[in-house]
Design a protein around this ligand. Structure first.
Ligand code: NAP
Length: 261
């Protein structure tokens, strides 16, 4: 999206969401009198909903793949711009947004919260690139605290069946967990004292996390440091495409507002 772009002020901005930043942007744009449609994947049973219009579910419908379905949505709903505010690890929808926006000539802004690479302890952490590498890198640890979400649990359940894993997810897992594992169901944000108590009680020797960034789930990193627990971080997938990128809702608003006609 170039700085010479003019957005049609009355037509909706599509926010690809599922994050706190997406909800915050929807509120701010609506407060500024803009028309907004937010899109959620529909994975979480009881999602936090943004204000304004919300659609739920993937764009691949029938014979349409995700890119074609999203491109059709952009045209049918006269979307003036797309803000991809999805989670840093939601790589498929981000790639689909790049392709669908290129196909339809729709301006695309990527709102992605900064990661934890700049965290003061980041150089003490183990960094890996995939779930499979995580399983290998954690082989020597007995009591991991696994906070990488529900989708990857089956791989860990196979590779770490003999460990005393504590895992924390929002919705129930779709796979059977090993008998030795402890399952915690909750949704952040999490406070330092609670994270400290949780890992102390579980006897955690390895904290496993994605490089999600932000503050909602960052307290576990400080608690792990203070407890002398090794942290293992899965690095973000490499971004595709050349969308304009911003790190905060405020930056997104500052960029978008002058573009409206
Ligand atoms: P993904 O692998 O990139 O996407 C898989 C498929 O889900 C996409 O191809 C698309 O289906 C659909 N989809 C994803 N986000 C969508 C959205 N906002 N609106 C409509 N359809 C969407 O994504 P994921 O990692 O499964 O994450 C799913 C959603 O959860 C994302 O929106 C993300 O913001 C949120 N989330 C993800 C994580 C994480 O760790 N991955 C953490 C917190 C929140 P079609 O191809 O049919 O269009």
């Amino acid at each position: 999206m170039s700085l010479s772009v003019n957005l049609r002020g009355s037509d909706p901005v599509l926010i690809l969401g599922g994050t706190a930043e997406a909800r915050s942007l929807a509120s701010e744009l609506m407060a500024a009198g803009r028309n907004v449609v937010s899109s959620l994947a529909g994975r979480v049973r009881d999602p936090a909903l943004p204000v304004g219009e919300v659609r739920v579910g993937g764009f691949s419908i029938g014979k349409l793949d995700g890119v074609t379905g999203l491109a059709a949505f952009l045209v049918d709903h006269q979307i003036t711009a797309v803000v991809d505010a999805t989670h840093p690890f939601a790589a498929t929808i981000s790639a689909n947004a790049v392709a669908a926006c290129a196909r339809t000539g729709t301006p695309l802004l990527r709102l992605e919260r900064p990661g934890w690479r700049t965290h003061p302890d980041a150089d003490r952490w183990l960094w890996v690139d995939s779930i499979e590498q995580t399983v290998q890198a954690g082989a020597a640890y007995a009591r991991p605290f696994l906070t990488t979400g529900r989708q990857s649990l089956a791989v860990f359940a196979e590779g770490w069946a003999d460990k005393q894993v504590t895992t924390r997810v929002v919705d129930p897992p779709e796979c059977t967990l090993p008998a030795r594992w402890q399952l915690i169901r909750s949704r952040g944000p999490y406070a330092y004292a609670d994270e400290h108590a949780l890992m102390s009680k579980a006897g955690t020797d390895l904290l496993v996390t994605k490089d999600s960034g932000g503050t909602h789930t960052a307290a576990k990193l400080d608690a792990a440091r203070d407890l002398g627990i090794q942290v293992l971080v899965i690095a973000r997938p490499v971004a595709v495409g050349d969308a304009t990128r911003v790190g905060t809702t405020t930056e997104a608003l500052d960029l978008l507002e002058p573009w409206f006609e």
